[in-house]
Design a protein around this ligand. Structure first.
Ligand code: IVH
Length: 719
């Protein structure tokens, strides 16, 4: 430390102040560079803020000494929220995965069935192309100019990285004359192996830390606050899909990609158009064989129905298209040693055994944990005393083979018994919760008499582990997605008493700033925090005070309610008020509300019961009320289906349909804004009945619901 650094500001002479301002300018610039350039800060936010505060205080005392390169005048130096968000004009979806040849055959068969595409229609063309292991990026061009580049984010909104994308050579800044007015190109940013190796060498040479794989290097490079740094990173881009287009240059997938190549985009040379499952699999195996020589990472092959009119008819199921699938390469495997077995407690109290592993690299990623699923799996024996499928007797000290497939948590595949230490003890699964000490039990299924595979903590509200996991779920990406509240921070805030600015239940997040204002210990003064980071967190929380109803429902963490089901519920009820009132009514299984809930297509009885049970609990209602005092769920409107005569209507299809498969009829109705129900009730607006319709038709007639034929349905919707 320089000798001026410890002198209080009010005691500095002018000479010393000058020296100190120079020192601070250099030091702050050094930390900025580490923070922004290398994603690798050396000091805490609090220490960083202290440097800036000292700089500001000296400048206030000696205004004539403010330097041209002072951190207080340099723009963009403070670690503020990094990037703005862009709402994608059309959601960026993901792909369903298949791992086997049979799975691919099933995919093609399902597509044919959905479309009723029988052999008379001839071959069904499907393209095959490598699945690039990078980051997807959507490029929006208006009148031929690149206007925004956005990362996928949660699929609906993603980070705006336009300035950085502009530095990537493969991304045209201007498109040739004559392209449609609005063009949204989607593709993958990635880093070639040679470029990755050279970059890492450079990072190590500069005293930095190397990236663990090209994908991480791509992410670290694209999410740079300074475009000059992105520019110095060797990023590349393949165009393989599109979002909004004001017009289409072709009517097939292949034709679209050829048009993109004509506009100056790099497209993958291995893309092929196939006419049979055999051809698709041949392309898959060729690509897999050539994988090591490609020069960049791929993790499978993507198949897409070629004709765009068929793609449109096939549409989407929740987050993935029915017209495409990813055929993933087999998971990577490796051997390692189990150092310990821990039991983790999930948000619903489920106890999961987790193997703590000797670190091992599998497919470029360092793996330290693998799930052991449940008690029977670790024992390798089921409740009936028989060995269970896939289950292994896994002990601490064992050498195990693990596999990692995509983003899923690594699994233990096998135990090498020849290497088992003589003293290895079988794992004793706890019968009490390791977090709160409550009994942990396996519930009996009243129907089958069998014990649930999962042992659950009965601690409920008193269990800190469940509470923390619920909070982590609440702030997670597809729920409230609060920037700056990571799992680590949830743990941090949970340990702080409520009145001192702790977070113990979701509503506390939204009163955090108020509590902090009253608390003697301020967040900005806590270890690892500073003025800027505290301010950023409060701003990120405030930005989440309005939230889509489906995300709100998902965030509550009701058992069995994943993202897809939350959407179904939000769509069915439209508003929180309608939803919560209906769930209270549905406690009575003889009520119309219970029937309506079960009637929502895709909602089964177990889920219906779980939702009703959630609302039946006083403490859940209280927690929701506390939350609703702070946040507003945004009503979910029926999907905009301009001019559709069936928008918002509840439709039931019954009997056999002649022109459409049942699945396509349902998808079509939903695309037009209708809700499709499985049975007829007073709430049904329309029944489309084909030959052979029975009890549903009768019920519709009894209730006076409109009944039409399939042909009239087509006339009605004008398709
Ligand atoms: S098509 C509607 N084609 O894989 C689906 N995706 O798991 C549009 N990806 O988010 C995607 N290579 O980031 C498509 N040739 C390819 C791809 C590809 C990589 C990524 C993409 C997507 C993810 C889905």
């Amino acid at each position: 430390m320089s000798d001026t650094a410890s002198i209080p500001v009010e005691e500095l002479s002018e000479e010393q102040a000058k020296a100190e301002l120079q020192r601070l300018a250099v030091e702050i610039a050094h930390h900025d560079a580490l923070y922004y350039r290398e994603d690798y800060p050396e000091i805490s936010d609090a220490d960083y803020d202290a440097l800036r505060q000292r700089n500001a205080a000296i400048e206030q005392a000696f205004p004539n000494l403010v330097r041209e390169d002072s951190p207080s005048v340099k723009v963009g130096a403070a670690p503020q929220e990094a990037f703005g968000k862009v709402t994608h004009a059309i959601a960026m979806l993901s792909l369903d995965n298949e791992f086997s040849d049979e799975g691919v055959a099933d995919f093609v068969a399902k597509v044919r069935r959905f479309l009723r595409y029988d052999p008379l229609h001839g071959a069904l063309a499907v393209t095959a192309e490598p699945k690039i292991d990078g980051l997807s990026l959507s490029l929006r061009y208006e009148n031929g100019r690149l206007v925004t580049a956005a990362m996928r984010g949660d699929g609906t909104t993603g980070e705006n990285v336009t300035r950085n994308a502009e530095t990537i050579d493969d991304i045209p800044k201007r498109l040739p004359d004559g392209v449609p007015e609005v063009v949204e190109i989607r593709g993958e940013v990635y880093m070639a192996h040679t470029d990755f190796a050279a970059l890492n060498e450079r990072m190590i040479g500069n005293g930095g830390k190397p990236f663990s794989n090209p994908r991480n290097a791509t992410a670290g490079s694209l999410r740079q606050l300074k475009p000059e740094i992105t520019a110095s990173r060797p990023l590349r881009y393949f165009a393989y899909a599109w979002g909004e287009m004001s017009s289409f240059p072709a009517d097939t997938q292949m034709g679209m990609i050829e048009a993109f190549a004509g506009w100056g985009f790099v497209t993958n040379p291995l893309m092929k158009r196939c006419e049979s499952v055999q051809e698709l699999l041949a392309v898959y195996h060729d690509i897999e064989e050539g994988r090591a020589e490609l020069g960049y990472d791929i993790d499978g092959v993507v198949y897409k129905v070629d004709r765009l009119d068929l793609q449109e008819r096939l549409g989407y199921v929740s987050r993935s298209p029915r017209w495409a699938i990813a055929h993933k390469f087999p998971a990577e495997k490796a051997f390692t040693i189990v150092r310990d077995i821990e039991t983790q407690v999930g948000r619903t109290g489920a106890l999961t055994p987790v193997a703590k592993l000797e670190l091992v690299t599998v497919g470029g990623v360092v793996v330290s944990n693998a799930t052991l699923h449940n008690e029977d799996y670790v024992k390798g024996i089921g409740q009936d005393g028989e060995p269970i499928r896939g289950g292994k007797d896994i002990r601490v000290g064992d050498t195990v083979q693990i596999q990692r497939a995509g983003d899923v948590i690594p699994q233990v595949l096998d135990v090498d018994l020849t290497k088992r230490p003589a003293d290895a003890q079988a794992f004793m699964f706890p019968t009490r919760c390791p977090a709160c000490g409550s009994h942990a039990v396996r519930e009996e299924n009243p129907k089958t008499g069998r014990l649930d595979a999962i042992r659950r903590c009965t601690g409920g509200l008193i269990c800190s582990a469940q509470a923390k996991e619920k909070l982590k779920h609440f702030v997670s990406r597809n729920a409230f997605d609060i920037e700056g509240l990571s799992d680590k921070q949830v743990e941090f805030f949970y340990e702080i008493p409520l009145e001192e600015g702790g977070i113990h239940q979701p509503a506390d997040i939204f009163t955090l700033q108020q509590c902090d204002a009253k608390s003697l210990v301020k967040l900005k003064n806590r270890d690892g925090w500073g003025e800027t980071s505290a301010k950023n967190l409060f701003a990120a929380i405030d930005a989440c005070r309005q939230i889509d109803l489906n995300r709100f429902i998902y965030a509550l963490g009701i058992r069995h309610v994943g993202e897809g089901n939350a959407k179904l519920l939000a769509r069915a009820y439209g508003s929180w008020e309608a939803f919560s009132n209906a769930m209270r009514e549905a406690e009575n299984h003889a009520s119309g509300a219970w029937a309506d809930l079960n009637n929502i297509d895709g909602i089964g009885e177990i889920l219906a019961e779980a939702v009703v049970q959630f609302f039946a609990e006083e403490h859940n209602r209280q927690a929701a009320a506390a939350l609703l005092a702070e946040v507003t769920p945004i009503d979910m409107e029926a999907p905009a289906a301009d001019g559709s005569p069936v928008a918002g209507k509840t439709v039931v299809f019954t009997g056999s349909l002649e022109r459409l498969s049942r699945d396509e009829a349902k998808a079509m109705a939903e695309r037009l804004g209708a809700k499709v129900a499985g049975s007829v009730s007073k709430k049904t607006d329309l029944v489309v009945a084909g030959p052979g319709a029975g009890s549903k038709l009768k019920k519709a007639e009894d209730l006076g619901v409109d009944v039409i034929t399939e042909n009239v349905w087509f006339e009605l919707v004008g398709e």
